[in-house]
Write a protein that binds this ligand. Sequence first.
Ligand code: E4P
Length: 216
Amino acid sequence: MKFFADTAEIAEIRELQDTGLLDGVTTNPSLVKKSGRDFLEVVKEIAAVVKGPVSAEVVATDYDGMMREADVLRKLADNIAVKVPLTIDGLKACKSLSGDGTMVNVTLCFSANQALLAAKAGASFISPFVGRLDDISQPGIELIADIRLIYDNYDFATEILVASVRNPIHVLEAAKIGADVMTAPTAVIWQLFKHPLTDNGMAAFLKDWEATGQKI
Ligand code: E4P
């Protein structure tokens, strides 16, 4: 499973990048607002730091506007995935862009039928939002299982990018289903490393080692 960081904070991205476990980054307009940075500048900077796909979202809502913005975004770096919303115009833009060899991430997916459409439109990634479904009492993770089944039935190459990940349980369940990618806030990714028994075990081993008086 690939790990993408869901953030526009360059310092957080660099810190995770140092682990060697970061495969890409996703941004959205809300994350850009939170960063307080210039959109094009921050996306270019992220794409220079991370080798894998960096998603940058269009904000136009019509096909022509999306195509114009996509053209600006894809020129920023070779590893940009243009993020388009799961709307009719968004899927039309997805079809055109993927036909040109541009990576496309279709976002704001909340149903398996929407994911089916995105795959037919040639999306590189489909982003189903598990956390936001949980928020309205619909089990988000069930959507991931449905999409996995449908994509496997038809051998679609579109990667399932689990988005709106809020906790390590989302990551675990998505991995058990066989999602291709998950994107999460960096705090959630750091949580994956932690277990209290690891900390306790380390402390006990170090204490006993010190008592031996030996050195390596
Ligand atoms: C990523 O591509 C999505 O925009 C993001 O995961 C949404 O997360 P949120 O529902 O926590 O805002």
